[in-house]
Design a protein around this ligand. Structure first.
Ligand SMILES: *Cc1c(COP(=O)(O)O)cnc(C)c1O
Length: 454
């Protein structure tokens, strides 16, 4: 009998997160204060984020222990399965073996609770009573709402307006878990009011929603902090439980992945699956290809520039070294809301600059076709974000067929799409299109940056 699902027991769950900074040949450059252009101090960062999270943000320790209480909550759904996609392989008639790690099994339906839970835990331990955050597709907001209720923290979520309307059930999930949800841009903040004065019809984006959430956190004082679901070093760190589990599961399967794939918004699920495998490239001389997949309509890695830029649209965050399209870049209203972000996290950006990881971009229609193929073969309806990883797994499996090489492919299924069926409806009705971003649009947005890296 062939094994389909590779499961770990609870006591095999990793007890530490992996901090790739310890093994990077070039460490990520520091975040800068936009006024002084000097590195941001832990103290300044601590006004926005929880104290322990700031320590993790700046840590160079290779492993950071996962607190017991966090491990206990992880066990609600972790360890997650690795599944061999035999049916998809058959449909593609490929000699490649395709495996996927299913992070859609969490209560919120994505990988995001892997970091939401420790973030709520460390903030609660510090006495924080109120958190603010933003959400694109609604996945991060719902993960954070889930986590906050375990620790009696009140949460306000600024939800990108286009998703607020496209995904009413995500908002209801957040409400069910006790969070207050506001469509962004809103009139509750100066950042939101400024954008609306300029463009009353603005459909919003993650950068704007971050500006609003940071502004509210700073305005509320000592018992309030802000939290972020991607991009930052500590977020990527927490997600490494995915790859740590996957390494053990691939060992059990008796296979070695040649290619590891994750879709790419700010880098958290990509880092989660990819960094533990990258450690083996950096420390053990392995040669696994690790591929980040972004939407063709928001191509920061493949067409952006490595530069210091704000993490938000209004320019309230520190300047971060990242591959960016410029913080003014307004991505098209594609359905992969979690991938509509102008920049890539600093660690991933440095690794990409150093040629240690790869990136590909995929147009929207190819991602939905891949998602449908996956749904038909493996039964799971993938999140529109995750279909990007599936599309490249399919591309690589087809290439393996053309070249006659039996490659082993592992991709991260970052979430299920059961709350994204509206997007599939649009696809079925042929209402979706590909958006090619003209070079001039990217150029214009990049030209407006204060070029700190010369
Ligand atoms: C948020 C999200 C993403 C994108 O964010 P990353 O930080 O790049 O992982 C991808 N897939 C799903 C299902 C998401 O919810």
């Amino acid at each position: 009998m062939k094994t389909k699902k590779i499961l770990l027991s609870e006591h095999e769950m990793p007890t530490a997160w992996y901090n790739i900074v310890a093994d990077m040949p070039n460490k990520p450059m520091p975040a800068l204060d936009p006024r002084t252009k000097k590195p941001v101090t832990a103290e300044a960062m601590g006004r926005i984020f929880g104290e322990e999270l700031v320590k993790q943000e700046m840590s160079t320790e290779r492993y950071i222990e996962i607190p017991d209480q966090v491990q206990d909550l992880y066990k609600i759904w972790r360890p997650t399965p690795v599944v061999r996609a035999y049916n998809l392989e058959r449909m593609l008639d490929t000699p490649a073996k395709i495996y996927f790690k299913n992070e859609g099994t969490s209560p919120a339906g994505s990988h995001k609770p892997n970091t939401a839970i420790p973030q709520a835990y460390y903030n609660a331990k510090q006495g924080i009573k109120y958190l603010s955050t933003e959400t694109g597709g609604g996945q991060w907001g719902s993960a954070m709402a889930l986590a906050c209720q375990y620790f009696n923290i009140d949460l306000r979520v600024y939800m990108v307006k286009v998703s607020y309307h496209q995904k009413p059930y995500r908002k209801l999930l957040m409400n069910a878990w006790g969070a207050d949800v506001i469509p962004s841009p809103s009139t509750t903040t100066q950042a939101g009011r400024d954008i609306l004065a300029h463009d009353p019809e603005c459909s919003g984006n993650l950068g704007i929603a971050i500006s609003e959430a940071v502004e509210i956190a700073l305005a509320h004082g000592e018992t309030t902090r802000y939290c972020l679901g991607s991009v930052m070093n500590h977020v990527l760190l927490h997600q490494t439980v995915i790859g740590e589990e996957a390494i053990r599961q691939m060992e059990i399967a008796g296979d070695e992945p040649d290619i590891v794939i994750g879709c790419f918004g700010g880098g958290s699920n990509f880092a989660g699956i990819g960094f533990p495998f990258l450690r083996r490239n950096l420390c053990e001389g392995k040669k696994t290809r690790i591929i980040a997949v972004e939407p063709a309509s928001c191509p920061k890695l493949t067409r952006g520039e490595f530069q210091y830029d704000f993490g938000d649209t209004a320019g309230m965050t520190p300047l971060m070294p990242m591959y960016t399209l410029g913080h003014d870049f307004q991505p098209a209203d594609i359905h992969a809301g979690g991938l509509r972000y102008h920049g890539a996290g600093p660690i991933v950006s440095q690794l990409y600059k150093d040629g240690l990881i790869e990136a590909q971009s995929v147009p929207q229609l190819e991602t939905f076709a891949a998602g449908m193929m996956f749904a038909k073969s493996e039964g799971i309806i993938p999140a529109p974000e995750s279909t990007h990883a599936i599309a490249v797994a399919i591309r690589e499996a087809q290439r393996a067929k053309e070249e006659g090489t039996p490659k082993t492919i592992l991709f991260n299924l970052s979430g299920h799409g059961l709350i994204d069926l509206y997007a599939y409806e649009q696809y079925f009705e042929h209402k979706l299109t590909d958006y090619n971003v003209p070079d001039e649009v990217i150029r214009k947005s990049l030209d407006s940056l204060d070029k700190i890296i010369r």
